[in-house]
Design a protein around this ligand. Structure first.
Ligand code: SIN
Length: 533
């Protein structure tokens, strides 16, 4: 088995992982950055549309208040303070000064600002409707040229290595629980490689693909959460899954996000008859926090029996729509909807995990030398519901603080990095049909029983189905040669079980976690959903 040794192993090459590689290499650490696809594919941050908060108004309290309000009063105030305190400098120095990301600007050169749900001010900078792409493509070009950073593409982490589980020295099992890297799979050759590291950083993103309808990229099934939990790390707040209210929904068309910025710029939510149903739901109407809008749409679909509501952009000129939202305009047109002339059909879909691997503000998990940053982590910043356009900012801030604290540790700590046991691989090939069918069952179960409206009975049913499936998948996993889809499946069922477990334990409806009572339960039908391709 091939082995690599490095200071920092970063798993995931979205914004958090790449930003960590940037900061750590600048501090003199060697970094191995693994990416499950080619660098330009796969990360959720790449597809972030709306933007990133860059609040130059110096009204920090107002921003903190918006984050807390959106979270239904549940965010961790220390995490909120840290984001607000460190965010502006990170955007300024890395994105604006160093990478020169092409954010939209006024004719005079000043940055343009937009607004999204739950924000009391226009404080979000953006690059048309492809902000993530603008940031990530610059970031990827930057990272591949950095000294001390080596990028391994088409490489998937299989399991974390710990002293207690994987060292060749049996005495190491008596040492405190300490992460020393990960086994990885080269998906092109099928080779397993051990990457041994002083610090291992999970930047694996969210878990949306455990749900039938999601804005997330293929394979985003909570890999970091599942791997961390397997070695004994604490995971928290996993019941708080944010459903984005407005995802394009039309039969035989792919699902895709329709940015909240479409409402921030004047679009309004209407039902099939053109009624602005959010007017009676919340004072911020179509721009209320996401959990409130998503549930209101769900309710609307249940009472109308329709499968979607609409975003009406008629207050905006045709030229403005095409100029401001070129990607949404093009993708809708490809599906036969000209958004300069007709409203956009939308419905909620799983979008963001507010919970994750528990960490302190520097990304340190409960396992020594294992960090988590970005969406994979949970500092409590988002509490029960995330404020729009905080996620890219969190990636930068958590990456920076984590790299700085790791650099301090590497300067002073003694690291015991023994050789690890050989990987034993069965020779049997997995049956892809079985894998696909199991994945479908997970996604359906999560969508129908653990979606926007949960109930004790539905959670119980989900749990039974998933426990049985987990057992099947564990046997299947043990008997077959590793492939990317098998790793996805194994982690997906684990993550799904963790979400169900968290949702079952928390009986209080807050933010994105809504539990119908036993009495309500009888009357809560599933929202009608098209059979989407
Ligand atoms: C959006 O553009 O609506 C999504 C942005 C986010 O999730 O923060």
């Amino acid at each position: 088995m091939d082995t690599i040794r490095t200071d920092c192993l970063v798993i995931g090459a979205g914004l958090a992982g790449c930003a960590y590689a940037h900061y750590a290499s600048r501090l003199g650490l060697s970094v191995t950055l693994v990416c499950s696809d080619e660098l330009s594919k796969g990360a959720n941050s790449q597809w972030a549309q709306g933007g990133i908060i860059y609040d130059t108004s110096f009204n920090a309290d107002q921003l903190k208040n918006d984050i807390l309000e959106a979270s239904d009063g549940t965010s961790n105030p220390d995490a909120v303070d840290s984001l607000v305190k460190n965010g502006q400098e990170a955007v300024q120095s890395l994105l604006l000064d160093e990478l020169e990301v092409p954010f939209d600007r006024e004719a005079g050169g000043e940055l343009k600002y937009t607004r999204e749900g739950g924000h009391s001010d226009r404080r979000i900078i953006f690059s048309k409707d492809l902000t993530g792409m603008a940031i990530l493509s610059n970031m990827h070009d930057h990272v591949v040229g950095l000294d001390r950073v080596s990028v391994l593409t088409n490489t998937v982490a299989v399991d974390l290595l710990t002293l207690s589980h994987n060292s060749v020295d049996p005495q190491d099992k008596y040492k405190p629980l300490t992460c020393i890297g990960a086994y990885t799979l080269d998906t092109l050759t099928g080779d397993i490689r051990a990457i041994i590291a002083k610090k291992t950083i999970l930047a694996t993103g969210g878990l949306g693909q455990i749900f039938q309808n999601t804005t997330n990229q293929k394979g985003v099934v909570g890999h970091g959460i599942s791997m961390a939990h397997r070695v004994g790390a604490r995971v928290i707040d996993l019941e708080y899954i944010q459903f984005h209210p407005t995802v394009f929904l039309k039969k035989n068309c792919p699902l895709f996000l329709v940015s909240e910025a479409a409402r921030g710029e004047g679009g309004v939510l209407v039902d099939a008859k053109g009624r602005q149903f959010m007017d009676t739901v919340h004072p911020m109407k179509s721009l209320a926090p996401r959990d409130i809008v998503a549930r209101a749409i769900h309710q609307e679909l249940i009472s109308s029996g329709e499968n979607c509501v609409f975003i009406d952009l008629s207050a905006l000129s045709e030229d403005y729509i095409r100029e401001r939202f070129p990607s949404i305009y093009r993708r809708c047109l490809e599906c036969g909807v000209d958004i300069t002339e007709e409203p956009i059909p939308v419905a909620p879909a799983a979008h963001y995990s507010c919970g994750g691997v528990f960490t302190d503000l520097c990304g340190r998990s409960s396992v020594k030398n294992l960090n988590a940053i970005g969406e994979a982590a949970c500092t409590g910043l988002h509490g029960a519901n995330r404020l729009a356009s905080t996620s890219l900012l969190e990636c930068l801030v958590s990456a920076k603080l984590s790299a700085e604290s790791d650099c301090e540790d590497v300067g002073v700590d003694d690291f015991h990095l023994p050789n690890v046991r050989e990987w034993e691989s069965p020779s049997e090939s997995a049956d892809e049909v079985l894998i696909q069918q199991d994945m479908r069952l997970i996604k359906n179960t999560m969508w129908n029983y653990v979606g926007l409206i949960r109930s004790p009975r539905r959670l119980q049913r989900a749990r039974r189905i998933l426990i049985e499936l987990d057992q099947e998948i564990s046997d299947f996993y043990a008997g077959n040669r590793l492939t990317r889809s098998l790793i996805d499946l194994r982690n997906a069922v684990k993550t799904a079980l963790l979400v169900v477990h968290a949702a079952s334990l928390n009986t209080e409806s807050k933010g994105s976690h809504y539990i119908a009572t036993e009495a309500e339960d009888i009357d809560v039908p599933l929202a009608p959903v098209e059979d989407i391709k």
